[in-house]
Unconditional design. Structure first.
Length: 140
């Protein structure tokens, strides 16, 4: 997989003087069926989250409050994306290394995932990830 398959997605929102309503539907606003939802909060400013890749799992990452940066890495290219609006999400396909940093105070990172948790789906060692990416590139 390549970084150019990751993309920013604008979610529909209903604007009202009482506040905005933003909605996300399976297989419409995300390119997969949502199997798991979790969020990351109360992260100290200097902390790093992520630091892994997934073999199969896809994610939609949303800054529902505050902001943070996501470094995407496909083993060849790297791109930094800042999320700071609750009406957009970052689609991250499988086989992309990600590191999340620079959390603002009070930020909440919501993640919609295509699969239930499975430790076997993770690359937690960057060199193992690079090796697997090279095998994929060679086989294409």
């Amino acid at each position: 997989m390549r970084i150019n398959q990751c993309k920013i997605v604008d979610f529909p929102r209903i604007v009202d003087k009482r506040g905005n309503l933003i909605f996300i539907e399976n297989n419409i606003h995300v390119p997969f069926s949502i199997q798991r939802v979790y969020y990351i909060c109360d992260v100290p400013h200097e902390s790093l989250r992520g630091g892994h890749a997934h073999k199969e799992l896809q994610q939609m990452i949303i800054a529902v409050s505050g902001s943070f940066d996501i470094l995407l890495d496909d083993g060849v290219n790297k791109e930094m994306v800042t999320l700071n609006r609750s009406c957009i999400g970052l689609y991250v396909c499988s086989m992309i290394w990600r590191e999340i940093s620079n959390f603002s105070s009070g930020s909440v990172c919501l993640v919609l995932a295509s699969l239930p948790y499975d430790e076997q789906d993770y690359f937690r060692n960057y060199s193992d990830f690079l090796e697997a990416q090279q095998l994929i590139i060679r086989d294409q």
